[in-house]
Design a binder for this molecule. Sequence first.
Ligand code: C2O
Ligand code: CU
Length: 630
Amino acid sequence: MSTGQLVVLDHVVAVLTAGLWLAAGAVAAAGRTRVALGLAAGGVLAVAGRLALVAVLADRGWWFVQEKVLVGVPLLVVAVAAAAVLAGRPLLRGGDVPPAGVTALFAVGYAALAGFVVTYVGGYPLTWSVALLAVAGVAAAVLVTAQAVAPGGGATPAVGPLTRRRFLGIAAAGAGAAGIGLAFVRAPSADAGGGAAAVHPAEHGTPVTDLRGPTTPAAGGAVQTYSVTAQRSTVALTSGREVDAWTFDGSLPGPPLTAVQGDLVEVTLRNEDIDDGVTIHWHGYDVACGEDGAPGATQDAVAAGAEFGYRFRADQAGTFWYHTHQVSHIGVRRGLYGTLVVTPRDAVPDDVDLVLPVHTFDGVLAIGDDDGVLAPDAAPGASVRLRLLNTDSEPHRFGLAGTAFRLAAVDGRDVRDPGEVTERALRLPAGGRYDLTFAMPDGPVALTVDGEVRLRLGGDSDPATGEWPELDPLHYGGPDDVPFTLDTDYDRHFTLVLDRGAAMVDGRPAFAQTVNGRGHPSIPEQLVAEGDLVRFTVVNRSLETHPWHLHGHGVLVLARDGRAATGSPLWVDTFDVRPGEVWDVAFEANNPGVWMNHCHNLPHAEQGMMLRLRYDGITAMAGGHGHGAH
Ligand code: C2O
Ligand code: CU
């Protein structure tokens, strides 16, 4: 079973355990011992199942079980032992269960419930605060229950000796108070990933705004000058459906930007009337940090009426995109994005080269602005390149039917020796890109997106691609030299455990999307030094997919779930960490700056799942984390 499935099953069994024991308590209190015995027996089985699940999950990684092993399971075991002692005999003999026994049955239910809440709301890493609150909660519930089931309503005398119950009450109150107090302990502001601490004070380095792009193209390159205007517009998709959009230049998507490798790209962004402000982030393009378009980190958002100039050299050839990074969970969704394609200087162009950004507008899927089926020309024998881009926040599943094809590039980086495949589906993470190449056959070719035909070449066909197995880019293409592997000695190693849980986001309590138990801006920034080899271990404890995205650097995928990637070196800027998965990736810190590092499910980023990676000696913009800076 996959770790993701085990996590779900663990949730289910935890709730079931709680339900069975609470019911056993209630039924025993009503004097129906036989039924209570049955429920308790079921409860014992559920507890055993829970323990087995925790053992299996522990094998998948400590991250998946820490809070269960340290809090949930001990609470449960103690409560079951108490129930055995206090209720076991009467239950088995069929007599009335005494009040203490009834309370103990309830206590097992409370313990199971507390374990579930600690897992679901507290998450990883376990804090003293959460542990103490869980213990206090169970103790308080036990006290109230004992009170309620005691003969005669159980009024305790207002004064009296230090009874067991009173002692428990004081202990529970103390633990609860300590737990609440500890919740306000500040997190450290930086994580050095096991490497050297900062040499430069954070405030007195080179301002990130000084890190601007070059002013000249490479030898032989040209200067490509663009100017784009962010504006609200009503745009009609090809079906006639109108979208109340935020656009670049009034179109959906924004203007396609192109360059030849080595060109200098200069883009002036003007904001006409987007009141929330706008920036341009060059997704996957390793520009100088001052050009990165991360509001609050590398520049101020461009206010309505203002403008900002970006400049970078088109050193990377491939398929990329650009999008606003200000309130991006709204701005990108509504249309503030476009494609950026850089072609190699000496390449022979493909006969048919299609740029296909897939986006969902108001629940309707479109490629470009076409919400129907595209049907461009392609003569038999033509060399075809399809550049698939996912500009949504969820993954899309593609199928290319009617031809064998190659996955020629992932995230704008060429795959080494891409072999021909047929009838393989491709799952493209949010923000990611795949280039598919093939020679146009005599018969029709169709591209499906999430099972529906969206593009036809050379005639009609209606293939069913839903059952195709997925191509796994971690085991595709031919091997090549790589600068680092799982065995490399890294200067820094950061672990990012992704989950949902109670955390502060932008100063407000929330059921957040968390990294190591925190939401932005309280996630410690990651500190690196120029030249470091850096490894990330990204763990997904949650029930949702998280497309992880680091700005300013491509990362090399080392392994998934502990199994090394084989095939072509896989360099990506966005990788989908599905529920229960553990990814190891690495990069060289060779692009100084302050870089956003976040989930590219943009609502998740908004709900907390975003942090920064800062180079020692570089200072972020004053004002720190601006709200909406994502
Ligand atoms: Cu494409 Cu920070 O994003
Ligand atoms: Cu996410």
